[in-house]
Each structure stands twice: as structure tokens, then as C-alpha cells.
Design a protein around this ligand. Structure first.
Ligand SMILES: [Zn+2]
Length: 228
């Protein structure tokens, strides 16, 4: 789980890099039907293409199981969302409360999908990944897992190669085009300004080919596995 965070020149780069997750992002896009490869990204639609995934809001889950919201938050050990795995099936729960902006909810859903795509369940003994410390893993590993899921979400909702191509002039441009929160758009803009495509030219070009329709997605059992 250790990665080299240096850029191609061997300099420390403040933009977090993770080749494994970036390849997961590429495979994820390749596994989608073409109509879903556009921005703002429809993560809900992407999840709906997977028969082994279910998504429920905390609010509906509470009602269905006759629980209070506090029960569900405690069950998930998170105020925003979590993902469960049972056999080959995944269930994502997310807080659909009015006090959480839509953009944050979409980021949470994508983050939870990231946990499955990056196969994080291999590292934990339980059936759930949440924000709170899990006794089966170290704090360092938990932070790494969360960082990987965030990196996945950021690059699915707002891929750096795509920003490179579209050249946004401000965080506001990104916020509108990618439906990110103000905070997430500012981070994406900062990362875009520091982005060096030479860091991984092969990935950069492959991402642009799939995102612009030059390469057609090719769902196959191996790729579906990435999201199963
Ligand atoms: Zn997480």
C-alpha cells in the first residue's frame, strides 16, 4: 500500500498520486455503457448498471427497518455514508439529509464505490467500511484506504486529464461542469494547476481516449470484476 508520491522528475509533488487507483479509474470508465461517460458524472446511474449493488438513503433504510436516524448513523459508524459487503453483493448507505448538499452526497456515493473497486474489503475483517476506526486495521491503513477512495472519487467525478483538455479558468468552472462542492472544486482546480501529464502519459492519453469517445468502452468479465 506504499506509493511513491514524487513526480516524474523525482520531486515531491503536493498533488497526491496513486497509480493503482488511477488505473482503477480508467478500468471503471471502460466498464461503463457509453452514455454514462460524460460530465457531470452520473454515479447513481453507474451504480444502477451493477446488479450486485444496492443503494439506500439512511432515511429510507431507517423507515424500512423501523430504526431511528441515530441507529443508522451508529450502524454505519458514519454521518455521511458507508459500504457493506456480503458475499459478492454490496450495499451502499448514504445520508440524504437536507443539511448535506447534493454535491457532497454524490462524492460520498463515488467514494464508497471506490472502496469496492480498489478491493479494500481484502484488508479488513468486517463486512463494512466506514469513517470510524476499525479495530481490525491500523490507523495508518485506514487513512490510506480513505485516501484511496477519495482519490478514486475525485478522478471519476473530475479527472485531471479531462481538466487538462478543457482548461477551466476558475474553480467555479469546475464546480458547474462537474457538480462538485465549492471546496472540492477548489481542490480540483489546485490539482489541475499542478498537474503534469508527463507523470503518467500512458494513463493520461488512455483516459482522454475513453472520455472523448475515441476508445469505446469494452465491458468484459475481467473489467466487470473491478466493480463487483
Ligand atoms: Zn471511506
Amino acid at each position: 500500500m506504499k506509493y511513491n508520491y514524487k513526480n516524474c522528475k523525482g520531486e515531491n509533488n503536493f498533488v497526491y498520486r496513486n497509480p493503482k487507483i488511477e488505473n482503477n479509474v480508467l478500468e471503471f470508465f471502460r466498464s461503463l455503457p457509453p452514455h454514462l461517460i460524460k460530465f457531470p458524472f452520473d454515479i447513481y446511474g453507474a451504480i444502477k448498471t451493477r446488479s450486485n449493488f444496492s443503494v439506500h438513503s439512511y432515511q429510507k433504510y431507517a423507515k424500512k427497518h423501523n430504526l431511528t436516524m441515530q441507529d443508522v448513523v451508529a450502524f454505519c459508524e458514519s454521518n455521511t455514508g458507508c459500504i457493506f459487503k456480503q458475499g459478492k453483493k454490496y450495499m451502499i448507505l448514504y445520508n440524504n439529509g437536507e443539511f448535506i448538499v447534493l454535491e457532497r452526497k454524490l462524492f460520498t456515493l463515488t467514494h464508497e464505490v471506490g472502496h469496492s473497486v480498489a478491493e479494500h474489503f481484502r484488508f479488513i475483517s468486517g463486512d463494512r467500511i466506514a469513517e470510524q476506526p476499525d479495530e481490525s486495521i491500523t490507523d495508518e491503513l485506514r487513512r490510506e484506504i480513505e485516501r484511496e477512495a477519495n482519490h478514486f472519487a475525485a478522478n471519476v467525478l473530475c479527472p485531471l486529464p479531462y481538466l487538462y483538455m478543457t482548461s477551466p479558468s476558475s474553480p467555479k468552472d469546475i464546480q458547474t461542469a462537474h457538480r462538485l462542492s465549492e471546496e472540492a472544486a477548489e481542490i480540483a482546480y489546485r490539482d489541475y494547476r499542478a498537474y503534469e501529464r508527463s507523470y503518467n502519459m500512458k494513463w493520461h492519453n488512455a483516459m482522454l481516449r475513453i472520455l472523448t469517445g475515441v476508445d469505446k468502452p469494452e465491458p468484459n468479465p475481467k473489467r466487470i470484476y473491478m466493480f463487483s
